[in-house]
Write a protein that binds this ligand. Structure first.
Ligand SMILES: Nc1ncnc2c1ncn2[C@@H]1O[C@H](COP(=O)(O)OP(=O)(O)OP(=O)(O)O)[C@@H](O)[C@H]1O
Ligand SMILES: [Mg+2]
Length: 236
């Protein structure tokens, strides 16, 4: 579904990605792990068109998207939930969710209603609190809102940047469970996580990013037992 080949991305003189290759197949959950500054966020921002790679190719469903603008990439079926949630604290929860559908000008009302029902089924708390301000939600609930908002565009590929960041363990496991449910409904997921253990357990495959390059990749279960990964990312 998604294929990055020798992708290089820089911030001015700073080289953040030095030729990375990543593939994501339809129906998979793939995680990208790595330490602070490795280039995880840069990878997602390059896929979603916010950053333009200086070299390499990105194919989505066999179509090149590296020169496509972000709003067209959303229409093509890729939705990015950025690091740090970025919900609108002074809009209601309902208004926040509706913002996720605003690019869908051509979408039928009935389809929007279906998407909304699906979001509320996944996250009942958002329905219960629909009229309250987004800023009144806890960190974990705001993460649910950010994911729910992304689902309103009915993505085929969901890019998640550190959804578990700063959440208590119970909320982390709820978010991971929800990612699995979303995947079971047919959405392919590329997940960036510092929480390497949980991410590898959840994922079909994983990539380890170090200094802007892919150091290792393999099946989630295999990486969990890899000595290098254990030492560097699992604290074992
Ligand atoms: N706006 C920017 N301007 C200049 N350099 C940047 C910018 N954003 C990121 N970088 C640099 O690019 C590299 C990759 O950063 P990136 O944010 O992709 O890392 P990350 O793996 O997401 O890290 P973290 O786990 O801390 O979120 C780092 O060296 C970072 O300092
Ligand atoms: Mg990051």
């Amino acid at each position: 579904m998604l294929k990055l080949s020798s992708v290089h991305t820089s911030y001015g003189p700073i080289k953040a990605l030095r030729g990375i290759d990543i593939e994501v197949y339809k129906g998979e959950i793939v995680c990208l792990i790595g330490s602070n500054g490795a280039g995880k966020t840069t990878t997602l921002m390059t896929i979603s068109g916010i950053l333009k790679p200086e070299a390499g190719d990105i194919l989505f469903k066999d179509e090149p998207i590296k020169d496509t603008s972000p709003h067209i990439i959303v229409k093509k079926g890729i939705c990015h939930v950025p690091e740090g949630r970025r919900i609108f604290p002074r809009l209601t929860i309902m208004e926040n969710i509706e913002m996720g559908a605003y690019s869908e000008v051509r979408t039928q009302k009935s389809e929007l209603r279906n998407n909304l029902e699906r979001v509320f089924a996944l996250f009942p708390i958002l329905k219960e609190r629909a009229k309250q301000m987004g800023g009144t939600l806890s960190g974990g609930e705001q993460q649910m809102l950010a994911i729910g908002r992304a689902l309103m565009s009915n993505p085929e590929l969901l890019l998640l940047d550190e959804p578990s960041l700063g959440l208590a363990p119970i909320m982390v496991s709820r978010i991971f469970k929800t990612i699995k449910e979303i995947n079971n409904e047919g959405v392919t997921v590329l997940l960036v996580e510092q929480n390497a253990k949980a991410a590898l357990k959840l994922s079909n495959r994983g990539y380890v990013l170090e200094n802007g390059a892919i150091k290792l990749h393999g099946r989630g279960g295999d990486l969990l037992h890899n000595e290098e990964v254990k030492k560097a990312y699992l604290g074992e």
